[in-house]
Design a binder for this molecule. Sequence first.
Ligand code: IVH
Length: 731
Amino acid sequence: MEISLREIDVEALDAEQAAAELEALAAELSAHDEAYHTKDAPVVPDGVYDRLKQRNEAIETRFPDLKLADSPSEKVGGKLSSKFEKITHRVAMLSLDNAFNDDDVRDFSARLKRFLKMPAHAVLPLTAEPKIDGLSLALRYEKGELVYAATRGNGQVGENVTSNARTIADVPAKLSGNPPDVIEVRGEVYMTKDDFAELNRAQEEAGKQTYVNPRNTAAGSLRQLDPSITAARPLKFFAYAWGEVSDMPSDTQSGMVKKLAEYGFSTNPLMGRFETIEALLEHYHRIEMERADLAYDIDGVVYKVDDLGLQERLGFVSKSPRWAIAHKFPAELAWTTLLAIDIQVGRTGALSPVARLEPITVGGVVVENATLHNEDYIAGIDSKGQPIRDGKDIRVGDTVQVYRAGDVIPKIADVDLSRRPADSVPYQFPTVCPECGSEAVREEGDSVRRCTGGLICPAQATEKLKHFVSRQAFDIEGLGSKQVEYFYSLPDDDPLHIRTPKDIFTLAERDQAEELRKLRNREGFGETSAANLFAAIEEKRTIPLARLIFALGIRHVGEVVGADLARHFETWDSFVSTIDTAAKEAVAETVVAKERKAVLAASPAWSEIINIDGIGDSVAQALTKTLSQEAERASIDALIAMLTIESPEKIEANSDFAGKTIVFTGSLERMSRDEAKAMALRLGAKAAGSVSSKTDLLVAGPGAGSKLKKAQDFGIETIDEDEWFRRVEGS
Ligand code: IVH
């Protein structure tokens, strides 16, 4: 099996692989640059970008001859937008090299001293200040008056955004104090987290699209063609650097920043000057801890040599100054307080603990909840019984470290025991369901505790109903989560209550009751919407077997398993009678574990189920168990009596696709993803969700990403949507 080049350590690459990887990295980084700088809409978190860039640089260091002429390591910023006039910077606006840990910072200091031929123990004062997550802006003042404002652009040439910059309160039109004749002040334009949240609230109220994060919103706001739009956005500015200066008013970094404050600029209060690396790092960690409480987003701490004479001697290495470095915070991590642990009860009764957090921005997204997985995870034990987080448990009131990996639900990485409240107690995972009071049990070998209430549990019942009406299941228009909750909340004596799926199909009948209690006279409904809902329900009285099986919400029975079962059994009767027989023959639960296997193997019905391709023991167990539960079975039987069930279309086993595994990726234009999968199944193929060595064919639409790349790495045949249709028609 081939593996992706990206997974090979830099040290293990041969020259040919390195050349290919440098090309691939250059293309990827350039696409990310374009998304970030030109469109203000990054598609990957900064941490991912940084890692790609580091990898590129590591390969270039190992294979200097292979470095591309337009290597990403030589580039600063993105392409320019053509809508603004250009301004050539008299002093280039450069970027900063990065440090990712304390040792990188020690190396930085040692490097400086070596370069300056200073002894290792000599004192070299450095400044440290937050790295503001905004966009840089250069402001040129002549005789104290603002002449122009320019964005960084590509570092050499920026965009003229003077009219927009004039609308920012922190950008003085006229300088105070005694400024030099010519001074170009540089700094960061940003938006506070509160202003960002407020702006998004207003957008939402107006029914408009909300913004992703404060940085991109600030960038988008500054680069408006209409300055009145910029003026309406609450932008702020911190000054921290300069370009051309006719007469330097100070000879240190810290002194210059003080001067900038005198001229009327906002400067960052967290800037400090330190004589030892240990003190510098201590400041870094202090800022890191305060990060969540700051009014604005920061993504690291910038260190600069304080002595401007030494800065001059140190100079630049290609795109960044040798005298400064940005110590980045670990990607996507943030500390915050765990306010509470709530338990959510799912469709299958699983009790899932959810962390309620003091809201915090992680990687540009406000996080308020995080998953805590299960009770062992909270206690500090993984699924194999091994300690996680060094065995530290998680308690309400703890200071916890939150992280996001890609787009997934936030998780908790660590707990700061030194900040644990003295009166805190270990979290007691409930042993009864918080929703219905039924016992919540953990089966042997299962890390999940489950409510045993079944349909009497309101949480399980509503989640089951929501699943039942969901898009891949019955897909009843006008009956979504909100409506399900409403109908479920009605008391027993209300004619329109819905408790189980069968009640959905008697709703119209029950609406024949008294006029006032008719659906059309209830809040949120009217004549039309009530009639539409009844019609939508009626339409789904006829349902394909696969959808029906999936809709029942049985554990382990997803869409694919539902389709596999439907294809095998073809009718509901054959499906249910085989399961009933298996349940009887196997009496799985009454048999001791050792004998169970033999008993199960001896059951022809059980064997029939588990021999269906793609179906195993756990599905068979879940099916027999669910259908043997009295209340559940009664509800299912009542439902079935009201439906017309369609058998699956016969598979064209002779097609060219018979037995093949197909993956669809990217955006498909001529069919929905569900339709594509259905087509594949009809042709006797299997549609899979991810690419593996077992994949036979990838159908890739525009925007295909990692799956396409993986398929190429595996050497899997890849076609586009048009070719797919040609082949389907021809087969
Ligand atoms: S100093 C010659 N200080 O980070 C380098 N930059 O990655 C001058 N940034 O383009 C930059 N906060 O947009 C400096 N306190 C700070 C900063 C800061 C944010 C940005 C700036 C720069 C980028 C470099």
